[in-house]
Design a protein around this ligand. Structure first.
Ligand SMILES: Cc1cc2nc3c(=O)[nH]c(=O)nc-3n(C[C@H](O)[C@H](O)[C@H](O)COP(=O)(O)OP(=O)(O)OC[C@H]3O[C@@H](n4cnc5c(N)ncnc54)[C@H](O)[C@@H]3O)c2cc1C
Length: 399
């Protein structure tokens, strides 16, 4: 009998892990094809260092072709433009692909429309994509020659708060190194410091407030932004924050193909079961940022949930195990609810940092700690090296 065909859309954290995990389960008994818009694996957590010259774009990525080829996975660099679950086909910019099982790991796009003044050619930088981080580096070099107030923030609906904090602390550290004294403001939709889009952790609010004090950063929380004008951020409550440099994290939305195919919610993310099968189609899985996660809180200003690397990989492994079961004729029984996946993250602060650990991504939790100290900065650097090595070689079974 011919092998079943598994098509994976996206080749980053979730897509690469799903494709190679499936090969580890079934070896030559499955045909796996990855279709990804990019032929590079990109380690987004290191974007925070690019503006300060601590990393260049080429330091945080690698070509995926060899990684897939050496694991007998076909790789096609193309953009999926339409998914047709009825005929089990995906139309891409390089032809149409048929599948028996589909894994959607198409991640996120930046939703710069959230407020006027964001995005390419806008009035603030956003390090949430590689080109944006490179632009932010050029802007930072200019800014150091002509400094002014620094504004760092995350808009209403954002989820990637960790990157905003990391940028703020790294920027403060760099300014100190360059003997530049300017007002620094952190502006966020989070209801309190250290919420992080995960509801906060015990002692986190106090710790983040202490970090702010140490670095001379003023925090403005629980606010929505109205517009970024040239040199000024306007908040919905009427406050105006002048700046010489601004970095703002926008909300994320799902890839265009998801909603073009009628598979997403209002933000283009896919509703899934705990098996990571989509609610609508049991042979269509979604993993990583592409998955819809509903926040278990209501806040005055919308606060999203960060779908970080660890849960993205966990979802991909669960999906791979379930697809392998289905191909073997067994039911897909592996389950892992997003909120129950452990939270494991490091927030870098220039020459310091915070290790964030919790038994569950989302409350209610039994355990959660934030451990501050310079060892977290060292650990983040070591983790980057380890992770890029692990993914380049396709060792997706390693932690
Ligand atoms: C600035 C920043 C800092 C971060 N810091 C951390 C951190 O410290 N720790 C942590 O755990 N996580 C962090 N994250 C989150 C982490 O990057 C994500 O969890 C991870 O990127 C999710 O991987 P993914 O594969 O789901 O999606 P993505 O990384 O978005 O990958 C999606 C893939 O799909 C491809 N694609 C998109 N559309 C299509 C299409 N139509 N057809 C084919 N292919 C397509 C893309 O080219 C890409 O290869 C950070 C993210 C950012 C932006």
């Amino acid at each position: 009998m011919a092998n079943k065909k598994v098509l994976v859309l996206g080749g980053n954290f979730a897509g690469l892990t799903a494709a190679l995990s499936l090969k580890h389960h079934l070896h030559s008994d499955v045909d796996v094809t990855v279709v990804s818009k990019s032929d590079e694996f990109v380690f987004n957590p290191s974007f925070i260092w690019i503006p300060f010259g601590k990393r260049r774009a080429q330091d945080v990525k690698f070509q995926v072709t060899n990684t897939f080829e050496s694991h007998d996975v076909e790789f096609v660099q193309a953009e999926a433009t339409r998914i047709d679950p009825a005929s089990r086909q995906v139309i891409t910019t390089r032809g149409t692909y048929r599948y028996d099982y589909l894994v959607i790991a198409t991640g996120y796009v930046n939703d710069f429309d959230v407020i006027p003044g964001l995005g390419c050619g806008g009035n603030a930088f956003s390090i949430t994509h590689l080109d944006g981080a490179v632009d932010a580096a050029e802007g930072w070099a200019r800014y150091l020659n002509e400094p002014g107030p620094l504004v760092v923030g995350a808009t209403q609906g954002a989820a990637c708060f960790g990157a905003a904090y990391e940028f703020a602390f790294n920027a403060a550290h760099q300014l100190k190194k360059h003997h530049v004294k300017v007002p620094i403001t952190y502006v966020s939709a989070e209801p309190f410091p250290g919420h992080f889009g995960i509801g906060g952790l015990p002692g986190g609010e106090r710790m983040l407030s202490m970090f702010f004090k140490m670095q001379g950063i003023e925090g403005i929380f629980d606010v929505a932004m109205e517009e970024v004008d040239a040199g000024q951020l306007r908040l919905k409550d009427g406050r105006k924050l002048p700046f010489g440099y601004a970095m703002i994290v926008p909300p994320f939305a799902g890839a265009k193909v998801v909603n073009a195919s009628g598979l997403g919610n209002a933000r283009g993310f896919i509703e899934v079961q705990d098996t990571y099968q989509s609610l609508a189609h049991p042979d269509v899985y979604a993993v990583g940022i592409a998955v819809a996660v509903n926040a278990p809180w209501t806040t005055a200003n919308q606060v999203g949930v960060p779908k970080t690397g660890f849960p993205a990989e966990t979802m991909a492994r669960v999906a791979a195990e379930n697809i392998a079961s289905q191909i073997r004729g067994e039911p897909p029984v592996k389950k892992e609810q997003f909120g129950d996946i452990p939270a494991v993250c490091i927030m870098d602060a220039g020459n310091n940092g915070v290790l964030i650990l919790a038994d569950k991504m989302l409350p209610p939790r039994k355990h959660g700690v934030m451990i501050p100290g310079p060892q977290s900065h060292a650990a983040k650097i070591a983790f980057e090296k380890y992770y890029l090595w692990k993914m380049r070689h396709g060792y997706v079974n390693l932690p």
